[in-house]
Unconditional design. Sequence first.
Length: 208
Amino acid sequence: MLVRDLGLKEYEEVWALQRRLVYERAEGAVPDTVLLLQHPPVYTIGRSSRQAVPEGLPYPVHRIERGGDLTWHGPGQIVGYPILKLADHGLRPRAYLRALEAVLIEAIRPLGVRAETAAGFTGLWVGKRKLASIGVAVRGGVTYHGFALNANNDLSAFRRIHPCRLESDVMTTMRELLGAPVDEFALTTRLGETLLEYFGRKGSARTA
């Protein structure tokens, strides 16, 4: 399994990379791969969304293949896109969503945040505040898209939308919960290590 830390990358560039990797993974040309990164400000909306996109949003909006609804990505938010062949892990899509939640909960616990799941919702919650969103797609048995974990990001862009059909003030960040900024390098490293531990058990694991 390969974990790649891409730094700050434009959404469309990484979207195209995901689609290429999905094809290559299905063909067996590449191993399971996780992309960890941040995006310049952008909104995305999933295929199942029925809500109207508000007019006058300050950043681009991309309609994409993942499940889930309208949300925002931007600096200070850590995004992860696992490109995994589900059959190799004995997982079906719904079980994969639950596995991603469990991995994220485990990854951030040592950093001082105890998150949990909420019945009827995907993602991570701390009390009644949402800390991470998850929306995935599966093509040819291979996953793409993934999770967005609010670390140090500004929450103001969420106030222009109903993120995941929720009220905007439900969103929170690790910085808000801890009362101090999070070390984003340490957080990204921890996420990569936990994903490797959980999904990289089969075959060789390395980082790049």
